[in-house]
Design a binder for this molecule. Structure first.
Ligand SMILES: C[S@@+](CC[C@H](N)C(=O)[O-])C[C@H]1O[C@@H](n2cnc3c(N)ncnc32)[C@H](O)[C@@H]1O
Length: 256
């Protein structure tokens, strides 16, 4: 057990922080994110809670959860604090996981643990399957979103909650081998250059500087192709973060 003084020293040592954690006993982490953006964390949490409670209800204490791209463990800790049987956070950055482990210890969460790993290499044979998977704020940072959705589907037993930035919808059709042969688009993926942030050691980007961001239609089609039986975009609650309200970020419930 750490004393409050030791915890305060550790909070300072691990700074900067992405999330504003309230660790009790007057101990808080200061989020480096502008205050007008931090509302995104609560909106995601409110939506995840609503989806998860609707699906698992009284089974909540029996289920297992994998939080893919868990960062400092904000959602891992939140799920563990709801009393889920076992919650595992996985992230490609060990420096994020150091904070996540500290937070879980500070909350006394014996049911939370963390692993370093890349969702490009996530395998059920290695990590097992989880009743619930969270894939929040990660997809649009990846250069292989389809591969990662397949991997996430492979480790999901029942429900995956995906949250992502989406590009404006792109609709149309393209020639496909001959002038008179055409195919419709199933949405689109935008190529995004994140090299500025990536090479500046930003802790939120993907594991490479190239990102492919989906449109809503592309996201739903890709989720089906990844192996989810049903996928739906969940409407944001009243008072949601402004990007969710405007449909620029979406939360999707995908069922196996
Ligand atoms: C924008 S943050 C989102 C964090 C958290 N899930 C949330 O919703 O607040 C993206 C996180 O995913 C991690 N990440 C990025 N690419 C990854 C990958 N290929 N495999 C695993 N984690 C990854 C980053 O290190 C970072 O912690």
């Amino acid at each position: 057990m750490m004393t409050s003084q030791e915890m305060a020293a550790r909070i300072a040592e691990l700074a900067p922080w992405f999330y504003p954690f309230d660790l009790g006993h007057g101990l808080r982490t200061e989020s480096a994110i502008p205050p007008e953006v931090t509302g995104i964390f609560e909106t995601r949490l409110e939506m995840v809670n609503q989806i998860v409670e609707r699906r698992f209800g009284p089974r909540l204490s029996e289920i297992t959860c994998l939080d893919v791209g868990c960062h400092e463990g904000f959602y891992t800790a939140a799920m563990a604090r709801k009393g889920m049987r076992r919650v595992v956070g996985i992230d490609v950055r060990e420096m994020n996981l150091r904070k996540a482990r500290f937070v879980a210890d500070a909350f006394g969460l014996a049911n939370a643990s963390f692993l370093e790993g890349n969702c490009e290499q996530l395998r059920a044979e290695e990590i097992g399957q989880f009743d619930l998977t969270l894939f929040l704020g990660v997809l649009y940072h990846l250069e292989n979103p389809m591969l990662c959705l397949r991997n996430v589907a492979g480790v999901t037993r029942e429900l995956c909650v995906v949250e992502t930035q989406v590009i404006d919808e792109v609709e149309g059709s393209t020639e496909w081998g001959a002038r008179e042969w055409t195919r419709p688009y199933q949405g689109a993926l935008a190529v995004i250059d994140e090299s500025g942030e990536f090479y500046a050691d930003n802790r939120e980007t993907g594991s490479t500087p190239l990102a492919l961001a989906p449109s809503p239609k592309a996201l739903l089609f890709m989720l089906k192709q990844a192996g989810f039986r049903q996928a739906e975009i969940v409407p944001p609650p009243a008072g949601a973060y402004e990007q969710h309200r405007r449909g620029k970020r979406v939360v999707c419930a995908a069922f196996k």
